[in-house]
Design a protein around this ligand. Structure first.
Ligand code: IZC
Ligand code: ZN
Length: 425
């Protein structure tokens, strides 16, 4: 049994496990001052005041050992959740930065055989063990920044055996690393060199060979497509996501990132779980997403790193679209594991309030990966994933920006970060 007491603030994010928070609801954090939490067998069994938590322990501990943790002066939140990453890959692309500073566009680099195609070459060459080792380091960093669950996409294999390799790595890491991974198949990330000029033939491979193989091996829960000028058209994206749905993979979509392309509308049409990026989403697309209950996963770090204007989060929240946030961790357009810095950017570049930002990285992110029944809030019965920040209140997280304020991380009831350092094997 673990008893946490004296938390300056607990942001519980309670009451939104069946439906993501939208509009004004995103401001409601379920705050408790001088808070206490009890954890038993990896589950929250009491959440309330410090005083009540102590009483609960006195009444329920019997002869169990009790670990008592003071959270004095600290803010406690649910474990942060990152609902959009491309974290399994080999090689890095730091040289692209100089090209972009000289004026090359993200898509120019991809069209010249770099970008995603460069990462694909490196990932194809890498053994499963090498991918495990490179990715585990990234997961360690995520944990140090308070991120306890992430979504992970394939998409640097672009041929069956290597897409499966990436997804198997994600599955093995989910079993062996404290960070939980939820997998998404994204074979339609770019048209591989072998199919250059013949995207339709590649789309057929994705639909007829890759999706069935991924589904049969139960390697993914979601299917995603890079629906973008220069990647996959709306029609190709629709065909792929419908094929995924037929095999039980729920649709997600990279939508309207670089140009306005109809991705938000397609997400609404298909009832996608989320539409992600949305820098250039149309007003009509946003309205249709709100009606269809599609979550907007916004990635302001990607806009920052590509030196672009971020998505219009305020318009989406005003329209009633539930918003989640993510790092987009990938080797090209967002090479960071710092979800807290992404939260700073969401606040300072998209004018999301500190409360909205926290809802977006906890309960709404949980909904965006189909895990809201288990994680995303500090409530009795949920998995005990939490972060203690060295912050007197939740506002402070967006104020003392770009530094790591994480003091303690608890994952499934076990301390994995203490005093900002890793304490797991
Ligand atoms: O490797 O550049 N946008 N996919 C779509 C990416 C960025 C990842 C990459
Ligand atoms: Zn992405």
């Amino acid at each position: 049994m673990i008893c946490i007491h004296s938390a300056a603030q607990i942001a519980t994010l309670r009451g939104a496990s069946t439906k993501p928070k939208a509009g004004k609801e995103m401001e409601e954090l379920g705050l408790i001052e001088d808070g206490g939490i009890v954890i038993e067998d990896g589950i929250f069994t009491f959440v309330g005041s410090s005083e009540e938590a102590r009483r609960y322990v006195a009444e329920h501990s019997g002869n169990q050992e009790v670990t008592v943790l003071s959270a004095e002066g600290k803010t406690v939140t649910p474990g942060l959740i990152d609902p959009h990453t491309h974290v399994v890959f080999a090689g890095t692309r730091e040289f692209e930065l100089n090209l972009r500073l000289q004026g090359a566009k993200y898509m120019d680099i991809l069209n010249a055989g770099g970008g995603i195609l460069y990462s694909t070459e490196r990932t194809r060459e890498a053994s499963e063990e090498q991918l495990m080792a490179e990715t585990a380091k990234r997961l360690d960093r995520f944990l140090e920044y308070g991120v306890t669950t992430i979504e992970a996409k394939s998409g640097y294999g672009l041929r069956l055996e290597d897409e499966l390799k990436q997804l198997r790595v994600a599955r093995r890491l989910n079993a062996s690393h404290p960070v939980d991974l939820v997998s998404t198949f994204m074979g339609a990330h770019a048209v591989p060199v072998e199919y250059k000029g013949n995207a339709d033939a590649f789309v057929r491979i994705v639909i007829e060979e890759m999706i069935p193989a991924v589904a049969r091996e139960e390697l993914a829960e979601f299917c995603d497509v890079f629906c973008e000028e220069g990647a996959f058209t709306v029609e190709q994206s629709r065909d792929i996501l419908l094929a995924g749905q037929k095999w039980g993979l729920k649709p997600k979509i990279h939508a309207d990132e670089l140009v306005s392309y109809g991705g938000a509308e397609l997400a609404a049409e298909l009832g996608a779980v989320s539409a992600d990026h949305l820098l250039h989403a149309s007003e009509a697309g946003i309205k249709r997403m709100a009606e269809a209950g599609v979550i907007a996963v916004l990635l302001p770090g990607t806009a920052f790193f590509l030196m672009a204007q971020p998505a219009n989060a305020r318009a989406m929240i005003a329209a009633g679209v539930p918003v989640a946030l993510s790092t987009d961790r990938n080797p090209g357009s967002s090479p960071t594991e710092s979800l807290p810095f992404i939260m700073n950017l969401a606040c300072l570049t998209m004018r999301m309030t500190p409360a909205e930002v926290l809802a977006a990285c906890t309960i709404n992110a949980a909904h965006a990966i189909g895990r809201a029944a288990a994680i995303g809030s500090i409530e009795v019965g949920k998995q005990a994933d939490l972060v203690m920040f060295d912050a007197p209140n939740y506002l402070y997280l967006q104020y003392h920006y770009a530094v790591n304020l994480v003091d303690t991380v608890i994952k499934k009831g076990e301390a994995v970060i203490q005093s900002g350092r890793r304490v797991f094997a």
